[in-house]
Design a protein around this ligand. Structure first.
Ligand SMILES: CC(C)(COP(=O)(O)OP(=O)(O)OC[C@H]1O[C@@H](n2cnc3c(N)ncnc32)[C@H](O)[C@@H]1OP(=O)(O)O)[C@@H](O)C(=O)NCCC(=O)NCCS
Length: 164
């Protein structure tokens, strides 16, 4: 996957191993974990995080990019299989929220993902993520629920679908 840029300084590039400690720090934030809901059991377990990401890096079936904003690592975006469907997911470091970065990153990422329909999941109260997905053309198509480690209880989510 090549480099992409937009007018606001948001760019996607290949993930480097040196990005992983930054992703780890970004995924420690309690508010972000609450929002995302379906997170790892212990976000502070750095060894588990690094092992998980090294597996992602070596898995050719997972498309993954680092999101840069004005040259800084702002987050990550991935496409993977879950429950038999291709899904996208993303995470933006909290200091970068509210600047349109997730929307911009997803708009750059989608043309690289050729498969349709493409799915995404978001906790029903993750309004920012639902908004990002809907701005990029995803539509709510179903719902599900699952155990959220971040909230310590079952949480309802929307499944969104991009048809074309
Ligand atoms: C969700 C997340 C990716 C959003 O990233 P971001 O870069 O701030 O998103 P953007 O700025 O591109 O867009 C956010 C949109 O949601 C809107 N929004 C934010 N909070 C909102 C709320 N509480 N209610 C309604 N809309 C909200 C913003 O106004 C914006 O929409 P707009 O452009 O129409 O104004 C980021 O908060 C994050 O990484 N959270 C933690 C991890 C996570 O939840 N990942 C997604 C898992 S499904």
């Amino acid at each position: 996957m090549g480099l992409q840029t937009n007018d606001e300084g948001v760019r996607l590039r290949e993930v480097k191993e040196s990005d992983l400690p930054i992703f780890f720090e970004q995924r420690l934030d309690p508010a972000a974990n609450y929002m995302a809901a379906f997170t790892s059991k212990d976000p502070s377990d750095k060894a588990a995080f690094l092992t998980h990401w090294k597996n992602i890096l070596s898995n050719r079936d997972i498309q993954k990019m680092t999101i840069l904003c004005n040259g800084c690592v702002a987050g990550s975006i991935l496409k993977f299989e879950q429950f038999g469907n291709p899904e996208v997911s993303y995470w933006i470091g909290k200091q970068f929220w509210g600047k349109g970065i997730a929307t911009c990153a997803l708009l750059h990422f989608l043309p690289e993902i050729k498969i349709r329909p493409l799915y995404a999941r978001a906790a029903k109260d993750n309004f920012a993520s639902i908004r990002v997905l809907e701005k990029c053309g995803f539509e709510r198509c179903d719902e599900d629920k699952g155990y959220s480690h971040a909230r310590g209880k079952e949480v309802e989510e929307f499944i969104l679908k991009l048809e074309s």
